[in-house]
Design a protein around this ligand. Structure first.
Ligand code: URA
Length: 258
C-alpha cells in the first residue's frame, strides 16, 4: 500500500545516530565511519555527511547491528474501517499495526477507535506523551463526523451539547453541529468531545434515539487528516510533537533528539 510522507522523524547524520545509540561519542563515531567500520543496509559508509533514517535502515558497526535506546517515533494514521486499535488480536483480525509494516519500533495507538470507526489515530512509542494525551485532566478535544439515522431535531442535539446520562455517568458538554442531510433520511453531524469513553459517540447518539451508520474522527487536538488518505500515515513534525507536549502538560525529553 502506498505511504504518505516519511515513515519516521526522517534521516539524521550517521554519527548522531551512533552517538545517540550509545555506541561512541560523536567524534569517535566519526572516526569509526572514516575507518570504514560502519555499514548501512550492508554497505560500508565512509562519508561523514551521510544521512540515514534510523527507523528504516540497518546500521552496523564492525558487522554488529546497533541497538541502544529505541528512538521515539510519532505517526498520524488515517485508520480505515475494519482494523482493531490494538497491538494484536487472538482472532487474527487486522490491527492498525498491520498498516506499519516497515516501522520497527514498538508503537501503540494513543487511545482507541472502534473496529468500524475510521479516521485520525496517533501511534507512538512515547509513553509519557501518550499518557498525557489520554489523561482526562488535559481535556484533549476530538472531533467526529457521524452519519446517523433517526431524529436529530434541535432539542435532541441540544441535549447532546449539554450532557447525556449514559450508563457510566453524564457526558461532559459537547459541541455539536449539524452538517446536513446525507441521503435516504440520514444526517451528517459533527461532534466534538474531550472525554474518551468506550464507544462514547455511538452511545451518545443511541441515547437520543439515533443509529450511527458511519463514524470518522476528523480531528485530534489541532491535528486533522489533511493530505493523509485512508490507510496511509505520516510522521508528525517536530513542531506538532512540541505542540502535543504543550497540550499534554509534559516536558519533552531528549531521547528522540528533536
Ligand atoms: N466514539 C465511538 O463511539 N467510537 C469511536 O471509535 C470513537 C469515539
Amino acid at each position: 500500500m502506498a505511504r504518505e510522507g516519511p515513515a519516521s522523524g526522517g534521516p539524521e547524520r550517521l554519527q548522531k545516530i551512533l552517538s545517540q545509540a550509545g555506541v561512541a561519542s560523536r567524534r569517535k563515531a566519526e572516526a569509526m565511519i572514516l575507518a570504514g567500520r560502519v555499514s548501512v543496509d550492508g554497505q560500508v559508509v565512509t562519508e561523514l555527511g551521510t544521512k540515514v533514517d534510523p527507523a528504516m535502515a540497518r546500521i552496523a558497526v564492525d558487522g554488529k547491528a546497533i541497538e541502544g535506546p529505541e528512538r521515539q517515533v510519532y505517526f498520524l494514521l488515517n485508520k480505515p474501517r475494519g482494523y482493531l486499535s490494538t497491538a494484536r488480536d487472538d482472532r487474527g483480525r487486522n490491527t492498525v499495526l498491520d498498516l506499519f509494516p516497515e516501522v520497527r519500533e514498538r508503537i501503540y495507538p494513543v487511545g482507541r477507535l472502534d473496529y468500524d470507526t475510521e479516521g485520525l489515530l496517533l501511534l507512538t512509542n512515547d509513553g509519557a506523551l501518550m499518557n498525557g494525551l489520554l489523561h482526562p485532566r488535559y481535556e484533549v478535544e476530538k472531533t467526529y463526523v457521524a452519519r446517523v439515522r433517526g431524529p436529530v431535531d434541535a432539542g435532541r442535539l441540544d441535549a447532546m451539547r449539554q450532557g447525556l446520562a449514559l450508563e457510566d455517568g453524564m457526558t461532559a458538554p459537547a459541541r455539536v453541529k449539524r452538517l446536513g442531510n446525507a441521503g435516504c433520511g440520514t444526517h451528517r453531524i459533527e461532534v466534538t468531545i474531550h472525554e474518551g469513553r468506550n464507544r462514547q459517540v455511538r452511545r451518545m447518539f443511541a441515547a437520543i434515539g439515533c443509529e450511527v451508520l458511519a463514524l470518522r474522527r476528523v480531528r485530534f487536538a489541532f491535528l486533522d487528516l489533511h493530505d493523509v488518505r485512508t490507510g496511509a500515515y505520516r510522521a508528525l513534525t517536530k513542531e506538532e510533537i512540541q505542540r502535543l507536549y504543550a497540550i499534554a502538560g509534559g516536558q519533552q525529553n531528549e531521547r528522540n533528539g528533536r
